[in-house]
Design a protein around this ligand. Structure first.
Ligand SMILES: [Zn+2]
Length: 274
């Protein structure tokens, strides 16, 4: 090969090397917004007092209609209040997930080591959403760890009736779009909050006619390295199916994994996949 031909070949090779990453970068700017990796979510459900198979479908489909999520649903433990579900037998049960949605009800399980098995990955950074009877699960274990994780301690609820949830921090992105005053459709159970942890911030509450006191209903919490979003309403399916409720839970879910914008919308790439 003569000198000019060799020179031309070197130039072509150099251009090829430069061209390839440029093309990739340009293409990435044209990809649809849902091309980000989905949020890897684990929904843990099962136990007493609620139709958890139905609720798992309502929650997973409802959140997926509003955010970019891949789901793994674990419904274990039947309807007993003290099941030691197979999922938590593994020490690394939360490995591979960005967030865990706890909608389980194991109120009579009070094993301290078991509770610590559940809370350890959260303390290390796995985000969480905690719904309704999650607050009463493990409530009598002789440790504060579950309550520190939740952000609240609760041991009972008022009788199911209509009540009004009032927003306390309208500026928080989780509350963007949520009515200043909102009633669960029909009735629901108002949980009695015995203790609010110093790491928690109340976003909404409701007045309890039995306790004659305001009870936190919606809050955020910081537990170790993880963000936790909590909501106590959610006894009946009709509450979970409500558009305002599902949008609230989705914003809390996105906030917990750092994908909620200040305007209350998902950050780029984490909106629903159409
Ligand atoms: Zn309930």
């Amino acid at each position: 090969m003569n000198q000019p031909a060799m020179f031309e070949k070197r130039i072509r090779r150099a251009l090829r090397i430069c061209w390839t990453p440029t093309l990739v970068l340009n293409l990435s700017g044209c990809l649809p917004t849902w091309a980000a990796q989905p949020i890897r979510a684990l929904l843990v459900t099962g136990g007493c007092c609620h139709p958890y198979a139905e609720q798992a479908e309502i929650l997973s489909k409802g959140i997926s209609a509003r955010a970019h999520v891949s789901w793994n649903i674990v419904n274990q433990g039947g309807t007993a209040k003290d099941s030691r579900i197979a999922l938590y037998q593994k020490r690394d049960w939360a490995k591979g997930f960005d967030i865990v949605v706890h909608n389980e009800c194991f109120a009579d399980l009070a094993d301290v080591a078991w509770v610590q098995r559940i809370t350890t990955p959260h303390h290390a950074g796995v985000a969480a959403v905690v719904i309704h009877c999650a607050m009463h699960s493990y409530r009598d274990a002789k440790t504060d760890e579950w309550h520190k994780f939740l952000g609240v301690a609760s041991h009972r609820h008022e009788r199911a009736r209509q009540f009004e949830i009032r927003t306390r921090n309208q500026l928080h992105p989780i509350m963007r779009g949520f009515p200043a005053r909102w009633q669960p459709p029909g009735s629901d159970e108002l949980y009695v909050i015995d203790q609010l942890m110093p790491t928690a911030e109340v976003l909404a509450d409701a007045y309890g006619v039995e306790t004659r006191a305001n009870q936190a209903c919606v809050w955020t919490n910081q537990y170790g390295r993880s963000r936790v979003f909590g909501v106590t309403a959610g006894h009946f399916n009709r509450t979970l199916e409500d558009d305002d409720y599902l949008s609230l839970v989705t914003r809390g879910f996105l906030w917990a994994v750092g994908k909620l914008g200040p305007d209350g919308n998902p950050t780029a790439g984490y909106g629903p996949k159409h």
